[in-house]
Ligand binder design. Structure first.
Ligand code: ATR
Length: 277
């Protein structure tokens, strides 16, 4: 039986196994997808297990998306995202040489989540909160969609400045200050706990804005609840998560002779799997 893994720390909350196991079954693929809490020194051994065929592929979550990079043979990611969330082996039947590939499907996941709700970023003023592991992937996706400006604010200024080095067009905003925007994106982990509050005066924000939270559990963070109360459009990270997993599944099922891989369905049933009760 083929084996797949999601690695991270903590990992208990991960819903990747639910999705991938559902899709394996749906496509009659004999495979099992598990979650494993690891520590950084474990990465090397896990990658060796891909090389020697014990594991077919892995997804990577916080905090290892950057630290897996040195162990891979080939990166299929935009360098400045510094983030790999999908690892698989590319087998070359002709030469017999196999390569461990690192991919970043968060970028597509974010992009498709906006396409899903037909929200166009082009020409819009975007305000990002946070400078964590997923933020560069979101900035990369946004820049491709040509907003008029991307502003960014993070509690730790140094981390925000590091992002400006990678994406020089970003405008930095002091933590706690809110500039005029069309779309605001929470990429911080504030909101995972019920009492978490971002330093935002919601009454100062005009009407008709779009509030996007990368968090999907809880379904509505304080950030989204406050926005919804005031009639703004809201979206959580559920579709981004579903689409990044869909693209990862496609990569996992690429056959050396049949290049494209299987794109599994995202339907109501699949989305229900992500409603963690
Ligand atoms: P990592 O940086 O390890 O990838 P993450 O969970 O992806 O972790 O990102 C954490 C993000 O949430 C960061 O932007 C972090 O801000 P700092 O860079 O200042 O740490 C933000 N964050 C977490 N807890 C926060 C808090 N209590 N107040 C403000 N921002 C917070």
């Amino acid at each position: 039986m083929k084996k797949y893994l999601v690695i991270g720390n903590p990992i208990e909350h991960s819903l990747s196994p639910r999705l991938h196991n559902y899709w394996f079954k749906e496509n009659n693929i004999e495979a099992i997808y598990e979650k494993r809490q690891i520590k950084e020194p474990d990465i090397k051994g896990i990658i060796s297990d891909i090389r020697n065929g014990k594991i077919e592929g892995i997804n990577v979550t916080v905090p290892f998306k950057k630290s897996v990079i040195p162990f891979l043979d080939k990166l299929e990611i935009p360098k400045k995202t510094q983030s790999v969330n999908t690892i698989y082996i590319e087998k070359n039947n002709k030469t017999g040489s196999n390569k461990i590939i690192g991919e970043n499907t968060d970028i597509l996941g974010f992009k498709y989540s906006l396409e899903h709700i037909k929200y166009s970023v082009t020409g819009k003023k975007i305000f990002i909160l946070g400078a964590g592991g997923v933020t560069p992937s979101i900035i990369y996706a946004l820049e491709e969609m040509e907003p008029s400006v991307i502003m960014l604010s993070n509690r730790t200024k140094e981390k925000a400045k590091d992002l400006v080095k990678l994406f020089p067009k970003i405008e930095l905003v002091e933590w706690g200050e809110i500039k005029n925007f069309d779309m605001i994106i929470n990429t911080t982990s504030l909101g995972l706990k019920q009492n978490d509050k971002l330093p935002i005066n919601y009454d100062q924000i005009g009407s008709g804005k779009f509030f996007y939270d990368v968090i999907y559990n809880p379904k509505k963070t304080n950030f989204l609840l406050e926005a919804e109360k005031r009639g703004h459009q809201i979206e959580n990270g559920k579709m981004m998560f579903a689409y990044q997993a869909q693209e990862a599944f496609r990569l996992f099922t690429i056959d050396p002779n049949m290049r494209s891989g299987l794109l599994p369905t995202i339907n109501k049933q699949v989305l229900q799997l992500l409603d963690n009760d």
